[in-house]
Write a protein that binds this ligand. Structure first.
Ligand code: IMP
Length: 200
């Protein structure tokens, strides 16, 4: 297979763009759809995998280039996996994660008023990465990081639900954690490990 020397990172999210860029070998030229003023496709899939393929296919076809895209989110066990693929939509049209995090706390309280007294509210971040080629070939792999929901927001690092997610074997939230450490244990890295041979 021809070595990949140029790739579109199919996201408008700057946090994700940086994290995926850093996972890829430095000799690969990374292209941002946001900088090219390309809009994102509608995420009409019903799984992380479907949405990840929708995004990678869309940008690959628009630019006639290889594209890597992710679809990711937070799944909370006692909420039957919510917010799941709706993780970004819980933040509303202005992408306000104070609203999304408050919704998590409200939903947990509806489920169990004493949720803060429960031992652990187990949860996981999920990421499906897809690499899509202009000839229609693609590969998708999913990674996870398991942990629990914090009782209140903690930390200013990261994005999204980072301030309320404490990964297993750690005491601090992703929001408190140094990003270098987060990137060594998170769902995106775990998905990337399963596809990285494509870049070797
Ligand atoms: P999408 O994949 O762009 O549809 O959105 C994924 C959403 O899941 C983000 O907007 C965040 O809310 C959440 N999410 C995914 N990965 C992370 C992460 O590493 N930290 C915090 N939130 C995340």
């Amino acid at each position: 297979m021809k070595k990949i020397d140029k790739i579109v990172i199919g996201t408008h999210n700057e946090g994700k763009f940086k994290e995926i860029s850093d996972l890829l070998p430095s000799y690969i030229k990374k292209i941002s759809p946001k900088k090219l003023n390309l809009p994102s496709p509608r995420e009409i899939g019903s799984t992380f995998k479907e949405n990840s393929i929708i995004k990678a296919k869309f940008f690959s076809e628009k630019l006639n280039l290889i594209c890597i895209s992710d679809d990711s989110g937070l799944e909370i066990d006692i909420l039957s996996g919510a917010p799941g693929i709706y993780s970004s939509r819980w933040a509303g049209p202005n992408n306000n994660f104070d609203i999304a995090i408050q919704k998590v706390f409200d939903e947990l309280s509806l489920k169990n008023q004493n949720w803060k007294q429960e031992k652990t509210i187990s949860a996981q971040f999920v990421c499906c990465l897809t690499i899509y080629w202009p000839n229609g070939k693609y590969i998708s792999k999913t990674g996870f990081v398991k942990g629990k929901i914090a009782h209140k927001k903690k930390g200013k690092n990261g994005f999204g639900y980072d301030p309320i997610f404490i990964p297993n074997n750690y005491q601090e939230t992703f929001g408190e954690m140094n990003s270098v450490l987060k990137y060594k244990i998170d769902h995106r890295l775990n998905a990337f490990k399963k596809i990285k041979k494509i870049f070797i």
